[in-house]
Design a binder for this molecule. Structure first.
Ligand SMILES: NC(=O)C1=CN([C@@H]2O[C@H](COP(=O)(O)OP(=O)(O)OC[C@H]3O[C@@H](n4cnc5c(N)ncnc54)[C@H](OP(=O)(O)O)[C@@H]3O)[C@@H](O)[C@H]2O)C=CC1
Ligand SMILES: CC(C)=CCC[C@@H](C)[C@H]1CC=C2C3=C(CC[C@@]21C)[C@@]1(C)CC[C@H](O)C(C)(C)[C@@H]1CC3
Length: 422
């Protein structure tokens, strides 16, 4: 019986992220990196290069309030996810020919969360205290990611073979735990990956940023322009993701990747605590931004956002309805799978215009922090590595899927992310 299940689920041999070694080290190193980055961001020197590296004392890692806040936050978002608000959309066709249904009410969840935060502020709740709770909250979010990943790994053995992700089914427990065995794990109709990707962590990032802003107000009787820009840009990014929630159903994470430790930790701990580093840095290292610099940064964010949004929407519309008037006149090439590839419009400029826009925004989020420290630029560096690696993974998958048609696309559009550079 065991043997036949193995054969039917066709274990894969190709390994990513450094294979078993990567899968064993990353779950230890990344949580430590988050704690390191958070404690550096609040230290006076904020030096990433200090040796020995500065790690927080264990007493700073725990506060009984942290698990309660986290539990309340997750319960609230699970409840909002289940509310019959907004429409219900179908995902792409699965291996067994069916499509899953997803509630599109993430933007409602954001608006309700922001409303609740404003109510708390009005009631005089000191949201600035989040600054002192960041380390314990990051520890609890990491613990929760591990618990969730164990649950996902174990429950995946009850999933039918067609529900397994192509890459997380090697038979090596460490690797499969890390990458994720099951593609769309659900409890009833509650889709765990889709929920985690866009709700508690992403909206949690906005809350952490607001907490940092309020801490600055407490310390300096007002918010700085730099802090307002960082909060505004990142709120726009999160609001955009939730406004265009349906588009996430065609991204690699939902369509291709399993749900394991990497995504669980990425969604629940890495995004809210590592993506908010600029705001926590600004609490302790204020920056005075002139009007000209602020205008240039706003412009850079605007250009990045425009490229990011237009290119993502173009591909999403094309994948859902190639005859849609906004994409029907674009030049395409046929592939043996029956799907076509865009070779004009945004996807004719470079092979990943959406990554280009995202990277321009990443730079605009760091620039308000000035040039005195490296730490605020950690996000730009990490994100460049993530997207270059992601582009290579996607390229491999597309070459396997589309063969010669993909090669023809690469000849026609030679640059991957940066026109004339890369
Ligand atoms: N802030 C963050 O931390 C992160 C943000 N992102 C952002 O998420 C967004 C989604 O990125 P991601 O999921 O990596 O991948 P993409 O949305 O870029 O999707 C890649 C897929 O698009 C399809 N595709 C590629 N080229 C073409 C073409 N020429 N014509 C039509 N379809 C094409 C292929 O799938 P198929 O042909 O099967 O449809 C390919 O696998 C990006 O904007 C990215 O910047 C991503 C990671 C992290
Ligand atoms: C280092 C580490 C643990 C990496 C894991 C990677 C994850 C943090 C990212 C993988 C893909 C992501 C996406 C978004 C957030 C970061 C993760 C989870 C995203 C939700 C951000 C908002 C965008 O508009 C998006 C919806 C396109 C995007 C989807 C991919």
């Amino acid at each position: 019986m065991k043997q036949s299940t193995k054969r039917r689920s066709s274990p894969t041999t190709e390994r990513e992220f450094g294979g078993t070694l990567g899968a064993s080290c990353i779950p230890v190193l990344l949580p430590l990196l988050v704690l390191f980055l958070l404690s550096v961001s609040r230290s006076p020197g904020a030096s990433l290069l200090q040796w020995p590296p500065q790690l927080p004392p264990t007493s700073a890692l725990w506060d009984p309030l942290a698990p309660l806040l986290l539990l309340g936050w997750f319960t609230l978002h699970a409840f909002l996810y289940l509310l019959p608000l907004g429409k219900v959309s179908e995902g792409l066709v699965l291996k067994n020919g069916t499509r899953l249904k997803y509630p599109i009410n993430g933007f409602h969840a954001l608006v309700i969360s922001v409303g609740l935060l404003l109510l708390l502020l009005w009631l005089g709740v000191p949201l600035g205290s989040l600054f002192d709770l960041l380390l314990p909250l990051a520890v609890c979010a990491t613990g929760l990611s591990f618990l969730l990943s164990f649950y996902l790994y174990i429950s995946s053995f009850w999933a039918p073979p067609h529900a397994l992700a192509p890459g997380g089914n090697t038979g090596n427990p460490l690797y499969d735990f890390f990458i994720g065995r099951e593609l769309n794990p659900r409890i009833g109709n509650f889709d765990l990956k889709y929920f985690c990707e866009l709700r508690p962590g992403l909206i949690g990032w906005v809350v952490v940023n607001l907490g940092m802003l309020m801490k600055e107000v407490e310390l300096r009787d007002g918010a700085s322009l730099a802090m307002l820009l960082v909060n505004g840009f990142q709120l726009l990014y999160v609001a955009d993701a939730l406004w265009n929630e349906e588009a996430v159903l065609t991204t690699m994470d939902i369509v291709h990747d399993g749900f394991g430790f990497m995504l669980a930790f990425g969604d629940l701990a890495w995004v809210p605590f590592a993506y908010s580093l600029q705001a926590s840095f600004l609490v302790v290292h204020p920056v005075e931004l002139g009007a000209a610099a602020a205008t240039a940064i706003v412009l850079l964010n605007g250009i990045g956002y425009y490229i990011f949004r237009k290119s993502n929407s173009q591909k999403n519309v094309f994948r859902r309805d190639p005859k849609h008037p906004s994409v029907s006149s674009l030049e395409t090439i046929a592939t043996a799978t029956g799907k076509r590839l865009l070779v004009s419009g945004w996807w004719g400029l470079v092979r990943h215009p959406n990554y280009l826009g995202d990277l321009l925004m990443a730079l605009a989020w760091s620039l308000p922090c000035g040039f005195s420290h490296l730490l605020p630029y950690f996000y730009v560096g990490y994100f460049t590595v993530l997207l270059v690696h992601r582009e290579a993974r996607d390229e491999r998958q597309c070459r396997a899927k589309y063969g010669q048609a993909w090669d023809a696309y690469c000849q026609r559009v030679p640059y991957r992310i940066f026109p004339y550079l890369y």
